[in-house]
Design a protein around this ligand. Structure first.
Ligand code: AMP
Length: 293
């Protein structure tokens, strides 16, 4: 497995793989890897012959009072995990390599960043779209794999690729959970023992929403109210948002129909945890979509 720190080395290594006729798969991450990330590597390997994992805590997607400095980092551990999982290259640039100066070109995202994390973290998705565009231009992958755990990010990236004609296929990966339902996240290390014990309430709230929809409930306000009530039973939980939006435009729905994203962000202490489910509703029929096509 190769490790590169500069854009020039990365381009040279990928050019060599391409010259051997290999298809390039790409898994962008911020490191501190867990099974959710490693599953993305497995999926990338199914669809390509040379898998690049980027490890870069991207400053432009953090707000001024967010956890950029505190974000957990352990390159040696990440290196071992990537190697064991069969990645071919880790691209782990310094901030100065990716941003030798502040980018004067930024993106404007209409509609898709109006709600959910986009509303709570102003500028976040601009930073995501900026770094992903740069990484796509550096790596020029045939396929790139993103987790549905970050559903808003996934939908915005799919639209970025569509609108800007990036020649890459985006593949969505289902959310990997701990055995008690907590979605895996690098930020779970922030949780105290008590907060960790309470945190599965998020998954239970999503399952409760699904059960309500399956039993015929279509009123978004009622479903959200039940989820709020359930989460309020966890003394450490502070709800940032619970929203139900259409997956088409990420705008809130009043009545559930078609494909909807039920998403939440909840603080446990300083850990802001996000989770979601996607349901496809057609008449009385309800189906959960683990990975958007
Ligand atoms: P991050 O390192 O948190 O920026 O995440 C990098 C990629 O891993 C993103 O595409 C995430 O959606 C994905 N990811 C993070 N956690 C999970 C998880 N529990 N299951 C599936 N994918 C995940």
């Amino acid at each position: 497995m190769l490790i590169t720190r500069t854009i020039a080395e990365t381009r040279a290594a990928i050019a060599q793989a391409r010259a051997q006729g290999k298809r390039i798969g790409f898994v962008p991450t911020m490191g501190y890897l867990h099974e959710g990330h490693l599953q993305l590597i497995d999926i990338a390997k199914e669809h390509s012959d040379f898998v690049v994992v980027s490890i870069f805590v991207n400053p432009t997607q953090f707000g001024p009072h967010e956890d950029f400095a505190a974000y957990p980092r352990d390159f040696e551990r990440d290196r071992r995990l990537c190697e064991a999982r069969g990645a071919d290259l880790i691209f782990a640039p310094e901030v100065s390599e990716m941003y030798p100066e502040r980018s004067l070109i930024t993106f404007q995202i209409e509609k898709l960043a109006d709600h959910l994390c986009g509303a709570r973290r102003p500028g976040h998705f601009n930073g995501v779209v900026l770094v992903v565009s740069k990484l796509f231009n550096i790596i020029q992958p045939d396929v790139a794999v993103f987790g549905q755990k970050d559903a808003q990010q996934l939908i915005i990236i799919k639209r970025l690729v569509h609108d800007l004609n990036f020649p890459v296929r985006i593949i969505a990966a289902p959310t990997v959970r701990e055995s008690d339902g907590l979605a895996m996240s690098s930020r779970n290390v922030y949780l105290s023992a008590e907060q960790r014990a309470q945190s599965p309430v998020l998954y239970r709230a999503l399952q409760r929403a699904k059960a309500l929809v399956e039993s015929g409930e279509r009123d978004a306000r009622k479903i959200i109210a039940e989820m709020q009530q359930l989460i309020a039973t966890a003394s450490e939980a502070k709800i940032d948002y619970i929203e139900i939006v259409s997956t088409k435009d990420l705008q809130p729905v009043e009545r559930l129909d078609g494909q909807v994203l039920i998403a939440l962000a909840v603080y446990f202490g300083k850990a802001r945890l996000i989770d979601n489910i996607i349901l496809e509703i057609s008449g009385a029929h309800v189906r959960e979509i683990a990975a958007l096509p």
